[in-house]
Write a protein that binds this ligand. Structure first.
Ligand code: NAD
Length: 445
């Protein structure tokens, strides 16, 4: 039985683990398997990434070069663009992007492309696991028919499961091994074998009854975040209207030891997950005649935050008898969250775009991001790319306003407070100690 063969290969660490897509999710995952003694083959469409990995270098902040080097040198890790080698793998884990189309519908092209490669080179006896975040039903409705091609039968010729990825880039406390892993197969054998596999690298595996449950679980988690951040953003605007300090209110509410979990406002939501994933759920719900109102409302509030930040900036400049048009604005921190370099869906991009559309001259400083590029298709202002500026005293003095969009740890906020004439702080980066004694005008979210 295919189940018994795979169980034996996994237990003896003789299973070859293939990972398709070596990005934020795929690279840490394959490294974890290789460090645990499995042989791993990484499949990439980007030959530069594959070459870099084979040279022992990591392109992901949370994966140290030394781990990649160790796995490559010990002959356990290889990256390739040759998908025919998928046939060497006993397990194939798909970690390709799942973006949205311009219409905000799921873009399944990456999953379909990976599926097509697997279809071409599959052999009997493989376990295929999808980790890319997607709508409930994808594993069953999209991947299963692809794997059944050529008369292959589930449980007899292949196993198939979904296991959502929960990696939190830049979080030193929670890494692959100590984040519980949810696993749901399209058959009982698929669930069991996939759970056994992940049990070799993760402390806690939670098996569910189907791939659909596992798919829905991931979207529930991220929709929960999107909605709660949306609420925090609404509360920030509400507190602002009432003249109450938002951050003091959240800090106070967070002292409640039960029934409250703090979420914080900000300039908008970013990254590859929170702004996108709820759309996967609402799109699928719409197909079943269900309109998910919470998701739409949170989306509306969160995507309106960059405009609100620009309004705060314009009002603050106005109080100093300055117009946004012609002002020089420093955006401090452009990555979508602190201490990482990821620019995907970063609200800083919208803020810069809106500022430039209103005639402001925009410069930025971000220790993690050397250059910012704009998508012409979406840009309403000047789409010219920007280069990182050093955070000099002159720059801070010279800019009419500094907007703190991302609160990276390695920025001297005391210096920012001492030298910048006007600051819009969207992240509460400037605590009371830093603010005390500062002559800067400070506007907080
Ligand atoms: N980044 C996160 O924090 C995070 C967390 C949880 C879940 N996810 C989900 O995981 C999936 C992957 O996200 P990511 O952040 O790792 O994306 P990423 O863009 O960092 O990496 C994806 C990689 O896949 C490669 N690729 C594209 N098409 C391919 C193909 N057909 N075959 C092989 N490789 C291919 C790309 O070149 C890229 O290197 C997405 O569905 C995402 O929603 C991401």
């Amino acid at each position: 039985m295919i189940r018994n063969e795979l169980e034996k290969l996994i237990a003896e660490k003789r299973a070859c683990v293939g990972v398709a897509g070596l990005g934020y999710v795929g690279l840490p995952l394959i490294i974890e398997f290789c460090l645990k003694g499995f042989r791993g083959i990484g499949f990439e469409v980007d030959s530069k990434k594959a070459d870099q990995i084979n040279a022992g270098k990591s392109h992901i902040v949370d994966v140290p070069d030394e781990n990649v080097r160790k796995c490559v040198e010990e002959g356990r890790l290889e990256a390739t663009t040759d998908f025919s080698r998928l046939s060497e793998c006993d397990v194939i884990i798909i970690c390709v992007p799942t973006p949205l189309r311009k219409t905000k519908d799921p873009d399944m092209s990456f999953i379909l492309a990976a599926g097509e490669q697997i279809r071409k080179y599959k052999r009997k006896g493989q376990l295929v696991i999808l980790e890319s975040t997607t709508y409930p039903g994808t594993t069953d409705e999209v991947l299963k028919p692809i794997l059944e091609d050529g008369g292959f039968k589930l449980d007899e010729d292949f196993l198939l499961a979904f296991s959502p990825e929960r990696v939190d880039p830049g979080n030193p406390q929670f890494q692959t091994h100590n984040i519980p892993k949810v696993v749901g197969g399209v058959s009982k054998d698929s669930t069991d074998v996939a759970a056994q596999l992940y049990g070799t690298i993760v402390n806690d595996v939670h098996a569910v009854s189907s791939a659909r449950v596992a798919e829905a679980c991931k979207l529930w988690e991220n929709t929960f975040r999107a909605i709660n951040i949306g609420m925090a953003n609404e509360m920030a605007r509400l507190c602002n209207a009432l003249g109450i300090d938002t951050w003091e209110v959240v800090r106070a509410a967070a002292t409640k030891p039960f029934g409250f979990m703090p979420f914080y406002p900000g300039p908008g939501i970013g990254g590859h997950c929170i702004p996108l994933d709820p759309h996967y759920l609402s799109w699928k719900a719409r197909q079943h005649g269900f309109d998910s109102q919470f998701i739409s409302l949170a989306e509306q509030i969160n995507s309106g935050m960059p405009e609100y930040v620009v309004k705060l900036t314009s009002t603050a400049l106005n109080k100093s008898k300055k117009a946004l048009n012609g002002s020089k604005i420093l955006v401090l921190g452009v990555a979508y969250k602190k201490d990482i370099d990821d620019m995907r869906e970063s609200p800083a991009l919208s803020i810069i775009d809106l500022l430039r559309a209103k005639g402001a001259e925009v410069v930025y400083h971000d220790p993690f991001v050397p250059e910012v590029t704009f998508d012409h298709a979406y840009t309403i202002g000047d789409a010219e790319p920007l280069k990182n500026n050093e955070l000099t005293d002159e720059l801070l003095r010279d800019c009419d306003c500094t907007i703190i969009c991302t609160e990276h740890s390695n920025i001297d906020y005391k210096k920012v407070c001492d030298l910048a004439p006007l600051i819009v702080d969207t992240r509460n980066a400037l605590n009371e100690d830093i603010r005390n004694g500062s002559s800067a005008k400070i506007v907080r979210l």
